[in-house]
Design a protein. Sequence first.
Length: 102
Amino acid sequence: MNCHSVQRGAVVGWSLTDPARYLTAPFAVPDAAPPSIATRRLLTECLDLITQPVIYNVEDSDPVALARLRAADDALRNQREDRHRADALHRLIAQLVEDYAA
């Protein structure tokens, strides 16, 4: 379910009730099956890693931030269930690992 944010009578944004459900490779149709608990948890971690202030710490090679990035990369690579969603997330995180933690 999508929700619209309205301010002073104008739509100013929207949000997804269950964003993990919509994780896909580019141009793929989302899986009808619900996301696994692990996928939901990893989506939260990945969003934290790519937004401020943590992304600045990653870019500055902060050891704690890079350890979190590597841990997310490892967890996504080794997740057995919900592979297509894990793969979609892993593409993003693997690029960050290559750029900042290799």
